[in-house]
Structure formats: structure tokens, C-alpha cells
Design a binder for this molecule. Structure first.
Ligand SMILES: N[C@@H](CCC(=O)N[C@@H](CS)C(=O)NCC(=O)O)C(=O)O
Length: 216
């Protein structure tokens, strides 16, 4: 039996689940996976059996339950400092936590207009000014990280950190909706999409049943 159990939703649609799963997989930490398809008759009941919030992802570690994507990433980073899931430098770490929280709490226009749908590709998609503003802010976040902290690698802080896990579903959305990006953001999205855990998640997502409610 693995150290942890991670409860997730449908891989094609569950952006919050993707963050926690990719963080754990990247770190090479073993976990058992319980996948609860979203929008089934028994989804709510099955989610509530794992967490009173009734939302995925949920991480279980013996008697400990953690039921929020960023809280899970924090918990895993704390339990496994040798995995360097946050940047080592304190200033970089504070920056990584700030942008992770900004992602966690923000970008509502993008999230609402462009729901995650890993396997889908739109040739063109109309974006409102509010969505364009979210995209501009995300590109500014990425550009600043890449310029200030990323000397040692291709991720936001050089090597992969929890901040990259937080932005992984954004990269997926940019692919799905064919968003035009500046060169730095394009290269970063390509890096995330090629990252083996992300690739593995998307391959599994492509095999899942379509859920009409989340398609348009
Ligand atoms: N803030 C939470 C949000 C989790 C969340 O909204 N999860 C969605 C799926 S991505 C969910 O569980 N929805 C339940 C449902 O659709 O029945 C987190 O970061 O984990």
C-alpha cells in the first residue's frame, strides 16, 4: 500500500485535481488513486465520503485528510523537503507562494469562460476583454518569474515547483482554446505540456468518457 491516497475527479475536466496529482507524480511520491467521475448520479455521495467539502482533490495520509489542492501541495512539500517542491531561496519561495495563491483565488474570468478540457482543441475561440486581462496578467507573472528566478531550468523557478503545478491547468487551457501567447509564455507552456506527469495525465484524460455538461 502506498503512503498516500489521492482522490481526484475526471482527469479531462478536473483542473484542481490535476494540480495535486502532478505535484505528487513529479516528486515521485507513491500514492493510490481513487478517481470519482464528475457529474454522475452518485458523484456527490462519493465525494462526501472522502471530504465534508464534497470537492476533489482530497489527500489522505493515515488519519490526516487534506481537501484543497494548494493545501495538499503545501502538505506534501512539508513532508518531503528533499523534493524541493518550493524554491530553496526564501525570496523566491515567497514569490512562488504569492503567485500560487493568486492563481488559487483569481482568474475567474478565464476559469469560467475557458473550462479545462484537456483533449479538446478549438481552432478559434472568442475571448472577452476580462479573459484577455487574465491572460495578460498570467503572462506577466510568468515573464517575471522566468526573468528573475529561472536561471537553472525551464520552469518558473528553474526546476519544477508547486507553482508550476498550480499553473499546469492554465497551460492546458491555453492549448485547448488556442490562446496566442508571447514567446516566453509559449516556451513555458511547451515545457509544461512536455513534462512527463502532465503528459501522463493528458493521455489518461483522452480515454475518459465525454461529460456533456462540461462540453460546449
Ligand atoms: N479550492 C478547491 C476547489 C476544488 C473544486 O472545486 N473541485 C471541483 C472539481 S475540479 C469539484 O470537486 N467539484 C465537485 C463536483 O463537480 O461535483 C481546491 O483547490 O481543491
Amino acid at each position: 500500500m502506498a503512503l498516500y491516497t489521492l482522490v481526484i475527479g475526471s482527469k479531462n475536466y478536473s483542473s484542481w485535481s490535476m494540480r495535486a496529482w502532478i505535484g505528487l507524480r513529479h516528486a515521485g511520491i507513491e500514492f493510490d488513486e481513487i478517481a470519482i467521475p464528475l457529474d454522475s448520479n452518485d458523484t456527490r455521495e462519493r465525494l462526501l465520503a472522502h471530504s465534508p467539502a464534497g470537492l476533489v482533490p482530497v489527500l489522505k495520509d493515515g488519519g490526516v485528510t487534506v481537501w484543497d489542492s494548494l493545501a495538499i501541495l503545501e502538505y506534501v512539500a512539508e513532508n518531503h523537503p528533499e523534493k524541493h517542491l518550493w524554491p530553496e531561496d526564501a525570496a523566491a519561495r515567497a514569490h512562488a507562494r504569492s503567485i500560487s495563491q493568486e492563481m488559487h483565488a483569481g482568474f475567474g474570468a478565464l476559469r469560467q469562460a475557458c473550462p479545462m478540457n484537456c483533449r479538446r482543441r478549438f481552432e478559434s475561440f472568442d475571448l472577452s476583454p476580462e479573459v484577455e486581462a487574465d491572460i495578460a496578467r498570467i503572462q506577466a507573472i510568468w515573464a517575471e518569474c522566468r526573468e528573475r528566478y529561472a536561471e537553472g531550468g525551464d520552469f518558473l523557478f528553474g526546476h519544477f515547483t508547486n507553482a508550476d503545478a498550480m499553473f499546469a491547468p492554465v497551460a492546458s487551457r491555453f492549448m485547448t482554446y488556442g490562446v496566442t501567447l508571447d514567446a516566453t509564455s509559449r516556451a513555458y507552456v511547451d515545457t509544461l505540456v512536455a513534462h512527463p506527469p502532465m503528459h501522463e495525465w493528458c493521455e489518461a484524460a483522452a480515454l475518459e468518457p465525454v461529460i456533456e455538461k462540461y462540453e460546449f
